[in-house]
Design a protein around this ligand. Structure first.
Ligand code: 2IT
Length: 445
C-alpha cells in the first residue's frame, strides 16, 4: 500500500477536510504491514473502497424560532460502510459540524462498530445547529425539521441513528417521535430512546461505563488497579458524566471536568452530589462549567484553560476531537501520567499520540475505549427486534463482556515484541481486518 499516494489522491479529491484526512491516515499507517501481507486486499482495492463513504445525504433544515423567525441549517448523514450490518452511528448538533468532521466520525465508527463484535455498519450525521441557549420548543421544532429531511434514508435494517454531542435522550425522543409518525411504524429506528418506548437500560451510562471497564482491563494487564488513582476528565456532558460516575464508584478520584469556557479543578474529588450537578449544568443549556466553582467550596475555575496541566495518573478526554494536542501531551507526560484513554472520538492529535508512544505511556484510542456506547446501542437494537427489554444486570453484564473482548482484540494485534501494547495499532488492525473480511466476502460492489 502506497500511503503517500492514497493520501495525496484523497487530499486532491477532498481538499481541506482535515479531520477526515487525519483519521484515514492514522488507520492506514496502523494497518499498512498487515495489509501488505494480503495481496487480495490490494487486488480488490479494499482500502480505496473503504476510505470513501458509501453515500452522503445533505439537506436543508428550516425551522421557526421562538420569535417566529425562519432559521436555516444544514443537515447531513454520512452512510460510511454497511459491510457488517446496517449503518449505525450518532447524530451531532454543534456549531462546528461540517462534512469533514462527520466523515471522520463515520470512518471511525465503522471500525469501532466492527470491534464491538455486533452486526453494525458505520455512519454519522448531524447539523451545524447549535443547541446552546435554545428553548425546549426550539429544540423540538429543529429535531422535527431535521427528521423531515432524513427519514427516508433510515430504517431498522438500513440506518439506525443515536446521540452524540448536542443530542441526548430528549433530542432522540423528539426525532424518533416525528420519524414514527412519518413511517407509521414503531420499529425502533433510533437508539438511546427513552425507557418507556424501546430504550435500553444502561444506554445513557454506557459510553462512560464501558470506557472505565476498558481502563480496568488495561490496568489489569499491568497488574494494577484503578482504586486510589487520580483522574482528569474533560467535558461535562453525557460521556464525562458516565465516566465520572463509574471512576468514582471504582474508587478513583476525579479532580477535573471542563467546558468550552475552561476547566474546574476540584482537589477533593467528585462525589455523588457533584456528579449529579453535572447533569444540572448540562440541562441549563448554557454550555459552561464555571458555576460549579461557585457551588462547591474548595474547587476552582480556570478560564480558557484545559485540565491536562494537572498532575494525574489517568487522563480521560471526554469532550471532542483533537482536544489533547502535542503541548498538552508533553505536560501530561512531564507530570507522570500513566494512562491516557480517549473517551471522545479522536481526542488526541497525531502529535499528542506520538508523544505518548515515545514516552511509552499507555494510550488507548476512542474507537476501542468508547465503543461501549454504540455496543449498548446494538443491544438496544436486539431488544427492539425481539420486542423485549433486558434488566440492568443483563445489559451491564453484556457490556462488560464486550469491553473485555475489545481489549483482548487490541492486545492480540497491538502487542509488540518488547511487550509494549500499542492499543491504537491493535484497535485499528482488529477493526480493519473484520471490515475487510466482510467486504471480501461480498464481492466487488
Ligand atoms: O460515537 C459514538 O459511538 C456515538 N456517538 C454513539 C453511536 C451510537 O449509535 O450509539
Amino acid at each position: 500500500m502506497d500511503i503517500n499516494k492514497i493520501m495525496a489522491d484523497l487530499e486532491a479529491k477532498h481538499p481541506g477536510e482535515k479531520e477526515y484526512l487525519q483519521a484515514v491516515k492514522e488507520v492506514l499507517m496502523s494497518v499498512q504491514n498487515v495489509y501488505n501481507e494480503h495481496p487480495e486486499f490490494e487486488h480488490n482495492k479494499i482500502v480505496e473502497r473503504m476510505v470513501e463513504p458509501d453515500r452522503i445525504v445533505t439537506f436543508r433544515v428550516t425551522w421557526l424560532d421562538d420569535k417566529g423567525e425562519v432559521q436555516n441549517n444544514i443537515g447531513y448523514r454520512v452512510q460510511f460502510n454497511n459491510a457488517i450490518g446496517p449503518y449505525k452511528g450518532g447524530i451531532r448538533f454543534h456549531a462546528s459540524v461540517n462534512l469533514s468532521i462527520l466523515k471522520f466520525l463515520g470512518f471511525e465508527q465503522t471500525f469501532k462498530n466492527a470491534l464491538t463484535t455486533l452486526p453494525m455498519g458505520g455512519a454519522k450525521g448531524g447539523s451545524d445547529f447549535s443547541p446552546r441557549g435554545k428553548s425546549d420548543r426550539e429544540i423540538m421544532r429543529f429535531c422535527q425539521a431535521f427528521m423531515l429531511g432524513l427519514w427516508k434514508n433510515l430504517g431498522p435494517d438500513r440506518d439506525v441513528p443515536a446521540g452524540d454531542i448536542g443530542v441526548g435522550g430528549r433530542e432522540v425522543g423528539y426525532m424518533y417521535g416525528m420519524y414514527k409518525r412519518l413511517v407509521n411504524e414503531h420499529n425502533g429506528t433510533f437508539t438511546g430512546k427513552g425507557l418507556s418506548f424501546g430504550g435500553s437500560r444502561i444506554r445513557p451510562e454506557a459510553t462512560g461505563f464501558g470506557a472505565l471497564y476498558f481502563v480496568q482491563s488495561v490496568l489489569k494487564e499491568k497488574s494494577e488497579d484503578i482504586a486510589g488513582k487520580t483522574v482528569a476528565i474533560s467535558g461535562f456532558g453525557n460521556v464525562a458524566w458516565g465516566a465520572a460516575l463509574k471512576a468514582t464508584e471504582l474508587g478513583a478520584k476525579v479532580v477535573t471536568i471542563s467546558g468550552p469556557d475552561g476547566y474546574i479543578y476540584d482537589p477533593a474529588g467528585l462525589d455523588a452530589e457533584k456528579i449529579d450537578y453535572m447533569l444540572e449544568l448540562r440541562a441549563s443549556g448554557n454550555d459552561i462549567v464555571a458555576p460549579y466553582a461557585e457551588k462547591f467550596a474548595g474547587s476552582e475555575f480556570f478560564a480558557g484553560r484545559k485540565p491536562w496541566e494537572r498532575k494525574v495518573d489517568i487522563a480521560l478526554p471526554c469532550a471532542t476531537q483533537n482536544e489533547v494536542n502535542g503541548e498538552d501531551a508533553a505536560m501530561l507526560v512531564a507530570n507522570g501520567v500513566q494512562l491516557v484513554a480517549e473517551v471522545s472520538n479522536m481526542g488526541c492529535t497525531p502529535e499528542a499520540i506520538d508523544a505518548f508512544l515515545e514516552a511509552r505511556i499507555t494510550y488507548a484510542p476512542g474507537k476501542a475505549v468508547n465503543a461501549g456506547g454504540v455496543a449498548t446501542s446494538g443491544l438496544e437494537m436486539s431488544q427492539n427486534a425481539m420486542h423485549l427489554q433486558w434488566s440492568e444486570a443483563e445489559v451491564d453484564e453484556k457490556l462488560h463482556t464486550i469491553m473485555r473482548d475489545i481489549h483482548e482484540q487490541c492486545v492480540k494485534y497491538g502487542r509488540q515484541a518488547d511487550g509494549y501494547i500499542n492499543y491504537m495499532k491493535g484497535a485499528n488492525i482488529a477493526g480493519f481486518m473484520k471490515v475487510a473480511d466482510a467486504m471480501m466476502g461480498q464481492g466487488v460492489c
